[in-house]
Design a protein around this ligand. Structure first.
Ligand SMILES: C[C@@]1(CC(=O)O)c2cc3[nH]c(cc4nc(cc5[nH]c(cc(n2)[C@H]1CCC(=O)O)[C@@](C)(CC(=O)O)[C@@H]5CCC(=O)O)C(CC(=O)O)=C4CCC(=O)O)c(CCC(=O)O)c3CC(=O)O
Ligand SMILES: [Co+2]
Length: 536
């Protein structure tokens, strides 16, 4: 083996920090450590340490500290994951940024994830041939369907790479077909994918998990393969090994460290959803780089922590000026005629409009408030007609409750639809929301009567059943009529009003009121449960 050394800056010690994913499964951690050992053997002049993003210890921060303690002056952090998705694009760089702030005198570099390296194709080939050799039967490749199982993420570029790998193995090894599925997050999921692959009519199915190590997910994949074998006795199902501990893997990681220092960390940025608008993911361009794994960092080292980190909800505390407004509003008129569950929303509408009479025209279908609260907590998604409504939602509440918002009005596909169908962009945005989210959504419309008209059309003609429709546009053209029509749309819970008053801040206020009641409800529930039960 030719050994490449990396003494880039005159004699300074070079450090490699392998940033692993981590698992609750001790088998996964053992294997990862075996790979780190292999890397140490194959890069004997470098300081190699490792840490984990989630569950296991040491943490990535501890891996950096250990590396520097051993004398490294220049450090390459290499993500120990296969593809560039959330962990390699957000979480691990965030860890490195934190280290770089702690140690300003050290030169840090971030490496690319492994990606579809020729060496990994070779390793996949080895795993496939070994699986085939386990079988007493001789089946031609052309009678075999390869099923590649990827992890699955919300990043279409990473999911797409799994499909590319499957295609390359199909062509390179001569399989009759290749089928792709994912262990979670992306579809098709493993069970559905295996069922579909078995239906293609091939004599044999080879299941290849595109995973680095054993773990919770790999074990689930093999269990699904065994289920398939039982259900489909006519098809031979073979389980190929995951990539696992192997010199080829160690060499790819070392290569990634070298490239990072040389400034050639070859990330495939041309299809990166955070950098350029990718069809269907336009709104994620420039999204802030935020780590989201902090709740499970080093979890296994904290045995007295609950297995699932329980969020602690606190009652909504308004800003003192807001509190003073609401005191005045509460005393400013007789609220006794209104049902108590509507008061948070009604008083917020008075606050938004500056008008005590704003609430006289309001209409709530029976149980609408309760449906809205339950839907926000369960579906955690709000669809709006315009970005003004989205902007009016209280950010802290959205974050605390983990609720996502979506507004398609400025998306390219919305524009294309509006041109092709001859409808407004707001209406097209609602139609896309229906396609994307189905019934698991709360709809809040504050600007466009045409958006209400589209929503009621989808409800009546296409069986759409969003959990709640809030319709409160302002204006004189079609506004009154569409709101009247929404009021009569008995199929769904709804909150609207009579007349011309309303607007985006109104539609946002109703949702804010629901979120405040939802949060206060959770806080009250938690306060009623003794702490011991939560920590279990
Ligand atoms: C079992 C579980 C942990 C648990 O709860 O115990 C677990 C385990 C593991 N994940 C691994 C790898 C990756 N996980 C992701 C992504 C996500 N993984 C998430 C959840 C869970 N992951 C739990 C299962 C929940 C369920 O039932 O579905 C999400 C939802 C939340 C989050 O992680 O924060 C997030 C959604 C994506 C998103 O939002 O986009 C990516 C992609 C990326 O970077 O985004 C990669 C890199 C793939 C690559 O290498 O390319 C490995 C190492 C595998 C290996 O050896 O290769 C293990 C270890 C093991 O299997 O034990
Ligand atoms: Co993860």
């Amino acid at each position: 083996m030719i050994e490449i050394t990396t003494r880039m800056t005159g004699g300074d010690k070079f450090g490699i920090v392998i940033a692993g994913h981590g698992s609750r499964d001790p088998d996964a951690v053992r294997e990862f450590e075996a790979l780190v050992e292999l890397i140490k053997q194959r890069a004997p002049h470098d300081v190699v340490t490792h840490g984990y993003l989630e569950f296991a210890t040491p943490t990535i921060g501890e891996a950096v500290t250990a590396n520097l303690a051993a004398g490294a002056k220049q450090v390459a952090m290499v993500p120990g994951v296969l593809l560039a998705a959330r962990h390699a694009k957000n979480d691990m760089p965030a860890e490195m940024q934190a280290a770089a702030r702690d140690y300003p005198e050290i030169d840090f570099h971030f490496g690319a994830p492994m990606s579809l390296d020729p060496k990994l194709l070779q390793l996949a080939q080895e795993r496939i041939v070994a699986a085939e050799a386990q079988s007493p039967n001789t089946v031609r490749r052309s009678d075999t369907c390869l099923v590649v199982v990827g992890r699955g993420t919300t990043d279409p570029d990473a999911n797409g790479e799994v499909a590319k790998l499957a295609r390359m193995l199909e062509e390179g090894l001569g399989f009759g077909a290749a089928y792709v599925c994912y262990s979670g997050t992306a579809s098709p999921l493993v069970a559905d994918g295996l069922r579909s692959a078995a239906r293609l009519g091939y004599a044999r199915v080879v299941v290849l998990p595109f995973f680095l190590f054993d773990g919770v997910l790999v074990k689930r994949i093999y269990a699904a393969a065994e289920d398939l074998a039982e259900r489909e006795p006519g098809v031979e199902v073979l389980k190929a090994g995951y990539l696992g501990v192997h010199p080829l893997m160690a060499d790819v990681m070392i290569e990634r460290a070298r490239e990072a220092v040389a400034g050639r960390a070859a990330m495939n940025c041309s299809l990166c959803k955070y950098r350029v608008q990718i069809v269907g993911f336009e709104q994620q361009v420039g999204e802030p780089q935020q780590a989201h794994h902090l709740a499970v960092r080093a979890l296994s080292a904290k045995p007295d922590q609950p297995v699932v980190a329980e969020p602690q909800y606190k009652t909504y505390v308004p800003h003192p000026i807001e509190a003073e407004s609401f005191r005045i509003i509460a005393e400013g008129r007789d609220w006794a005629p209104f049902p108590p569950e509507q008061l948070t929303i009604l008083q917020r509408l008075v606050h938004t409009s500056g008008d005590f009479d704003a609430v006289n025209d309001m209409y709530f279908s029976p149980g609408a408030v309760d449906s809205g609260i339950r839907a926000l907590l369960r579906c955690k998604r709000i669809l709006t007609d315009v970005t003004m409504v989205q902007t009016g939602l209280k950010r802290a509440l959205l974050e605390e409750l983990g609720i996502d918002t979506w507004c398609g009005v400025h998306d390219r596909e919305t524009h294309l639809m509006s041109e092709q169908y001859g409808i407004t962009r707001s209406a097209a945005g609602i139609r896309r929301g229906w396609e994307k989210f189905g019934n698991d959504v709360v709809v809040s419309i504050g600007d466009a009567p045409t958006a209400i008209a589209e929503a009621t059309r989808l409800i009546r003609d296409h069986g759409w059943r969003p959990q709640l429709v809030i319709g409160l546009p302002v204006g004189f053209v079609g506004t009154r009529e569409t709101k009247e029509d929404l009021r009569r749309c008995l199929q769904v819970p709804r909150i609207t009003n009579r007349g011309t008053r309303g607007g985006s801040p109104w539609a946002a206020s109703v949702v804010n009121g629901l979120m405040i009641d939802a949060l206060n409800g959770l806080a009250a529930e938690q306060a009623a449960v003794p702490r011991d039960d939560v920590a279990g």
